[in-house]
Design a binder for this molecule. Structure first.
Ligand code: GLC
Length: 755
């Protein structure tokens, strides 16, 4: 496909039409120029391919439903996530899809967000690495992706209109970083803008986010596509950097673009720029070889493997893995009606579904297994079901409770109102564990649930999230020990909703939501507050144990441009093979601005046989030590001391390595007319200039007031009072001691500073 030739041959009307979908899932073709339509299709963990011209809610073609992002994230295994991408791409080629609408990398600001099952983490570094892996996997087969939802779309409440009010440092460090990592490492064919406003401007026409940051700073070269229905003004969106409005057809929008160009209110160069990007995207899609089908069993097996590796063992008093059990009570409707995916645009029509109860039966040999529903599909109270469950649990050696949070509670389109399971489910768990202490709870939920009412009474808790179509296999393999669980939480499980970072600013009101907690979401918040949580970020149990030893750095003092390497030896000290996720956090000992206690900046997963030791090495670059400084308007790496924390979870630090970073380029001064005394004294150039001035003022003060500093009558420490006052204001109190008015005097000092 010759992009230049097609672009040159297109009429204004054809160009405008290309920038709006032809149908819900296709771009507009131009047959006379040999331009085919491109087909796009959800979703992040499998294809929701509906035939052209069908509605948004149409049942899609059979495709593999992989575990959703929250479970994929718990694998901390980028290679495995990449393989999911490769499999999804194979299915896309078989179903003639050019672009897969995923991954979603929005941060988990609150566990209440109904769509958190589709997102990876509360940590931008982890989310970015996983998203990049999925993008690389899908695009390695010549199928495109759509990194979404850009940006700061962290709730479903009023998602089409709410204004996310967030300061730039928080936006950069927390809400954009995952997108930045995924763009720089994955170069997705498209980025999908979000519905919401960000600081007053819709994501679909946000010049700062789309043109300045995404393209100007990160080098994104692809297409910006709207979320479905996110465009409000097509001309403003084109100017703001949005190339493709979806869904189509929208003839009035096309006409508005034609009219704007003809009226001179839209530069045709802006339109051509969008058209060229779209032509390049269509051309890329044409390069892939369509296939006649895909290996259903192989993809199902992959889905099982991913689920098994993502399942997080949260509690285990030793009851797991099950062995030698003869009488098992299986309780809970999701053992028969597996709850393996979420509601909304990511909802898949699976090729097949593994039923947890059947998969368990197949692996428990001669054991006698009873089953009962335990709780209904709706919110009804059913004491009769509890009575039945209690009887079966009491008669068994072990009770397995399969508890799934229903889609009427959490889904795309609406947020949860609490962290609670249903009342029936809580009553069921309590009643069963009261008669059967050997009770295991297996959870299927998209996001953390409260467990305080029952967790002390159960022997084990297995977090299986939304586990995909093969989750039934994975659960059975983990329960029976065929798979040693290695999942680690990619989000914090709080004890209670009121403990969560966004609690006081959720879900917003009067059309806006304030990100008042700033940088401090997830473990960043709980660390800073020293708050207790139910289960921390990075946590997960195993059927074996691991020892860390010989943690070391490549250099105790290093230059920012060189970075530093951290190595540690990990030994499997148990009796069964297992996998461990080594986590590396960076603590900044002292910074100009407040920083989280620690931040994840590296991780590696290692498989070890019993007794085996392997060395894990993680490299940190200058960015791992940097933060966004609003005064500098960029990421800065301040020289100084840091501590590198080698950890098995965010609260299980196995080694602390002190290092010192030196910088190759000293930071420019950011002093200005409003800078305080403290800021002047903290700035090397400012301090050198100010010291003699302060000395002269002190001498003049001694001449006037004797040895005192004139504060005796105030009963305070004069320096503490003035240190956080603008220098120019302090000098006003001693104007007489200056050669010129304070404003002019400070302006002179600023002139002498090299910027
Ligand atoms: C939805 C979702 C988006 C999805 C799109 C197409 O509203 O927000 O993630 O890709 O529309 O279904």
């Amino acid at each position: 496909m010759d992009v230049d030739k097609i672009l040159a041959g297109m009429t204004l009307e054809e160009k405008a039409a290309l920038c709006t979908g032809d149908t819900a899932w296709t771009t507009t073709p131009v047959e006379r120029l040999g331009l085919p339509a491109a087909v796009v299709s959800d979703g992040p963990h499998g294809l929701r391919r509906t035939p052209e011209n069908t509605g948004l809610g149409q049942r899609s073609l059979p495709a593999t439903c992989f575990p959703t992002a929250s479970l994929q994230a718990s694998t901390w295994n980028t290679a495995l996530v990449r393989s999911v991408g490769e499999a999804i791409a194979e299915e896309a080629l078989a179903m003639d899809v050019n672009v897969v609408l995923g991954p979603g990398v929005n941060m988990k600001r609150s566990p209440l967000c109904g769509r958190n099952f589709e997102y990876y983490s509360e940590d931008p570094f982890l989310a970015g690495q996983l998203a990049a892996a999925l993008i690389q996997g899908i695009q390695s087969r010549g199928v495109g992706t759509s990194l979404k939802h850009y940006a700061a779309n962290n709730q479903e409440f009023q998602r089409f209109s709410i204004d996310t009010r967030v300061d730039e440092r928080t936006l950069r460090e927390i809400y954009l970083t995952a997108f930045e990592i995924a763009v720089r490492q994955g170069q997705p064919w498209t980025v999908m803008c979000s519905y919401n406003k960000i600081n007053g401007t819709y994501g679909s026409e946000h010049d700062f986010l789309l043109n300045q940051v995404l393209r100007g700073e990160w080098g994104f070269e692809g297409v910006v596509v709207s979320d479905w229905g996110a465009v409000h003004n097509r001309v403003a969106a084109l100017k703001g950097g949005l190339d493709l409005e979806m869904p189509g057809p929208k003839p009035l929008r096309v006409q508005a673009v034609v009219d704007a160009v003809q009226a001179g209110t839209l530069d045709v160069a802006v339109l051509d720029r969008a058209v060229r990007r779209l032509l390049e995207m269509v051309a890329k899609g044409q390069g892939a070889q369509r296939t006649q089908g895909f290996d259903i069993e192989a993809h199902h097996a992959l889905a099982a493997r991913v689920a098994a590796e993502g399942i997080v063992l949260l509690k285990n008093d030793g009851i797991l893995p099950l062995c030698g059990v003869e009488r098992v009570a299986v309780i809970g409707r999701s053992a028969e009606q597996p709850h393996y995916q979420g509601g909304g645009s990511s909802h898949i029509n699976p090729t097949k579904v593994a039923v947890p109860l059947e998969e368990l039966r197949a692996r428990l040999g001669q054991a006698s297994i009873t089953y009962c529903e335990g709780y209904p599909a709706d919110a009804a109270a059913r004491p009769d079901l509890i009575g039945e469950a209690v009887a079966q649990a009491a008669a068994a050696e072990v009770a397995l409770l399969y508890i799934a949070l229903p889609s009427y509670i959490e889904s795309e389109g609406y947020d949860r109102q609490s962290l609670d399971l249903t009342e029936q489910q809580v009553a069921l768990i309590k009643a069963v564990s009261a008669v059967q202490p050997r009770t295991v709870v297996i959870l299927n939920n998209g996001a953390p649930v409260a467990m305080g009412e029952w967790i002390d009474g159960v022997a084990a808790v297995v977090e299986a999230y939304m586990m995909g179509q093969a989750g039934g296999v994975a659960i059975a393999e983990v329960l029976t020990g065929a798979v040693n669980p290695s999942g680690k939480l990619a989000e914090t499980f709080p004890e209670a909703l009121e403990d969560t970072p966004a609690y006081l600013n959720w879900p917003g009101e009067a059309g806006a939501v304030r990100y008042g907690e700033g940088l401090f979401i997830g473990y960043r918040y709980y660390d800073k507050k020293g708050a207790r949580v139910l289960f921390p970020f990075g946590y997960g149990l195993s059927y074996t144990s691991f020892a860390y030893s010989n943690a070391r750095v490549s250099a105790d003092t290093f230059m920012d441009v060189d970075g530093v390497q951290v190595s540690v030896d990990v030994t499997n000290t148990g009796c069964v093979a297992g996998q461990e996720v080594v986590q590396l956090y960076v603590h900044d000992c002292q910074a100009d601005l407040v920083r989280p206690e620690k931040e994840l900046k590296g991780f590696a997963k290692v498989a070890l046989e019993p007794g085996e030791t392997r060395t894990v090495t993680i490299t940190l670059d200058a960015r791992a030590f940097s933060y966004w400084h609003p005064d500098h308007g960029r990421w800065i790496a301040e020289p100084g001391d840091f501590t590198l924390l080698v950890a098995a979870s965010s609260v299980d630090v196995r080694a602390c390595l002190p290092v010192t970073m030196q910088v190759s380029q000293p930071l420019p001064s950011v002093l200005d007319m409003e800078s305080t005394m403290r800021e002047w004294l903290a700035d090397p150039q400012g301090k050198a200039l100010l010291a003699p001035v302060l000395e002269e003022m002190a001498a003049a003060s001694r001449r006037l007031f004797g040895e005192g500093d004139g504060s005796e009558g105030l009963g305070l420490n004069i320096m503490d009072m003035f240190v956080d006052t603008p220098l120019v204001s302090v000098l006003e109190f001693r104007a007489g001691a200056l050669p010129k008015p304070p404003e002019a005097f400070v302006a002179d000092l600023l002139q002498q500073i090299r910027r």
